[in-house]
Design a protein around this ligand. Sequence first.
Ligand code: GLA
Length: 462
Amino acid sequence: MNGAREMLSERYANIASNFRKLFPEAEYFSIYRAPGRVNLIGEHTDYNGLPVLPMAIRQGITICISPRDDNKVVIKNTDPSFEDIEFEIDFQIPPYPKGNWGNYCKAAFQTLQDYLPQKKEKKLLCGMNALIDGNIPAGSGLSSSSALVVATAVVINDFNKLNIDKLFLAELLAVGERYVGAEGGGMDQATSLSGKSGMVLKIDFFPLRIEYIPFPENYVIVVCNSLVEAKKSASASLAYNQRVVECRLGAAMIRKFIEDKYKTRCDIDLLGDLKKSRFSYLLKNIDNTLDRIFPKNDFTLTELSLFLKMDEEAIRERYFKLKSGSHFEPPSSGLKIKSRLRHVFTEAERVERSKECIENQKMDEFGQLMYQSHKSCAEDYEVSCPELDRLVEIAGGNGAIGSRLTGAGFGGCTVNMVHRQKVDKFKKGMIHGYYKNYFKKEQSFSDYIFVCQPSNGAQKVM
Ligand code: GLA
């Protein structure tokens, strides 16, 4: 514990000394940090209004910052592979080309600039000079991008005296991050803002609610990086958005089915709305319900139009429109709606059961739910890849009581629940069974396989 604290202070001392060199004119500066997260279970449920069970981790984004008198933002990164960014704050801040890391900072500025009129203020946010230092590998599924958005937003909130509370800020940023192009839910921002040392978070959405569950003492979470990069800003983002659209359409089809069958109006916009509605009993036998509603798994646009009794253009406008303004282009083979819904509904149920298991120390049962979740993510939601499947498979043989992909998928990391006393053996087994195949030389694997501690959310540290 003390060792970890010393490492953090060293990190802060380093970033402060680099900041002074890069911005010698700054009279004073502050340091903030925002953590990444691992999701223990509840994947691709958040944007459907269904719960998740993540925790904030020590790894994250540190930002050293000093305010400016004008509206200019200058941000540098301690990692030279991220180019410096510089822009003027305006009422509309145009994004950089897709894939530029600066868009995550711009997303925070645009979100809070848009929020000002709610406070009846028509002024621009103040500018800043900042240096960013991150220790979450990009594309690892540990939410480095949301940590960057959150770190920037927490700074803007403080420096402009906006006084937005954490929960509301999390809600604003969940929508605001769509500036970058992925139609994400709210899990990452809420976890990075509201994490607590030693605690797992059970998050419910619309409205955002957070419960804290103590992480069991005898176990640790070990993260294994598959070494396959899944960048939110690139092709993984297209596949992610497809899942979001498939779920939106699935909810519309359930609504249509209920309205036609029971001749009554029903307000189901998100899959989670079914759980809150008087038709929630349909979730009891989900396979049966899905078989009754969906005559098949894949639907082309023409078939959707027949089912929903809506013309194709109206479907495009209502369901394919993305926050970025663009439209999702469906593959000609159709959209896989039924199996996506099976994943979402069974996963939400696993989250509720997992919460009970952790609270009652039934860790073996929780571990089984993690394995089931991975299978469902891989087969029904199709967000895994051979490398993640392989990691999960060999984790089982090396003593993990549960293992699954974490985050959006398509690469990134697995989370593994391991008994505290078996961690070293587990790590050795994973290195031997997975990493040795990638790295022929003897080397340290601590960047790819490491223990994560449930940590505090974003805060000012100096
Ligand atoms: C990404 C998104 C989250 C969530 C996960 C999948 O991390 O940012 O909102 O949807 O994928 O569970």
